[in-house]
Design a protein around this ligand. Structure first.
Ligand SMILES: NC(=O)C1=CN([C@@H]2O[C@H](COP(=O)(O)OP(=O)(O)OC[C@H]3O[C@@H](n4cnc5c(N)ncnc54)[C@H](OP(=O)(O)O)[C@@H]3O)[C@@H](O)[C@H]2O)C=CC1
Ligand SMILES: Nc1nc(O)c(N)c(N[C@@H]2O[C@H](COP(=O)(O)O)[C@@H](O)[C@H]2O)n1
Length: 226
């Protein structure tokens, strides 16, 4: 089944954490990396996060630069890419920023385990796509997105969603900005959490580029199995 070109973009500490043990939003990127992230948003068909990130960070996932939004409009696109939340049980608060801020399509990807009334109330604010039994079926979801014309998909985390996508072989590239911080903590989320791979199954990557950026480094990887 065809799926969009899917890539993860994230910022992590020297020790691979993407947040603290309190799971609150941490500014790891500097201005240059946030600008790069905004350009990626502006140039992607869709941006995706997991419900854990929505509950922790309450992001809007909008393109921040007026100029970049104007360029999208000039090309006949919506100001923002399609914004997608992977949320099996439809837990997203109805006043979440992503549902209130910015123009453009919003998709909430739920599973059959979502309560009917929650799904019906979300349908007033967003398009709902249902796949999977207990949890969202990510391969099926990405196939549906591809059929809808979404050909490039930027994944902005968090740790659990990143795992689900990589485990299913759905990620082609990973871009990680490593900032000059040490966060530590065995309960702080890393770039990829979940159950983890056994040694025999670990995906390997080839390095696309390594670039010094402000006080950190931007690494771009291509997954070999994709
Ligand atoms: N530094 C950075 O670049 C970034 C940092 N973060 C940080 O990451 C943390 C959030 O990460 P995390 O808590 O892992 O949350 P995620 O955003 O990764 O969401 C995880 C949730 O996604 C849902 N989900 C649905 N289907 C699947 C599936 N098939 N596979 C995997 N997950 C699925 C699950 O909830 P359910 O079953 O209910 O649907 C799961 O608990 C926050 O602390 C945030 O600040 C987040 C993004 C970027
Ligand atoms: N690239 C990057 N660097 C950091 O330091 C970060 N904390 C994040 N977090 C991601 O950005 C989202 C915030 O988006 P809004 O601009 O508020 O819409 C957040 O949810 C994470 O996905 N990213």
């Amino acid at each position: 089944m065809p799926t969009p070109f899917t890539y993860i973009n994230a910022a992590m500490s020297i020790d691979g954490k993407i947040s603290t043990r309190q799971r609150c939003q941490v500014r790891i990127s500097g201005d240059v990396d946030f600008e790069r992230m905004d350009e990626l948003r502006a140039s992607s068909d869709a941006v995706m996060v997991g419900i854990g990130t929505v509950l922790a960070d309450d992001p809007s996932l909008t393109v921040k630069s007026d100029e970049k939004r104007a360029k999208r409009l000039a090309k006949g696109l919506d100001e923002n890419p399609v914004r997608i939340v992977v949320d099996s049980k439809a837990r997203i608060p109805t006043d979440a920023d992503i549902l209130r801020k910015g123009a453009g399509k919003i998709i909430i990807a739920v599973s059959e385990s979502a309560a009917f009334d929650r799904v019906e109330s979300l349908r007033k604010k967003a398009m709902v796509i249902m796949t999977g039994g207990d949890q969202v079926d990510l391969p099926e979801l990405l196939s549906v997105l591809d059929e809808m014309g979404i050909k490039s998909l930027m994944v902005e985390g968090g740790a659990g969603l990143n795992w689900g996508l990589v485990k299913n072989g759905l990620v082609e590239e990973i871009y990680s900005f490593i900032g000059n911080l040490i966060i530590g903590g065995s309960n702080a989320p890393t770039l990829i959490d979940g159950d983890g791979f056994d040694e025999a199954d670990m995906p390997t990557c080839s390095l696309i580029s390594a670039e010094k950026m402000e006080d950190g480094v931007l690494l771009k990887w291509k997954l070999k199995n994709s």
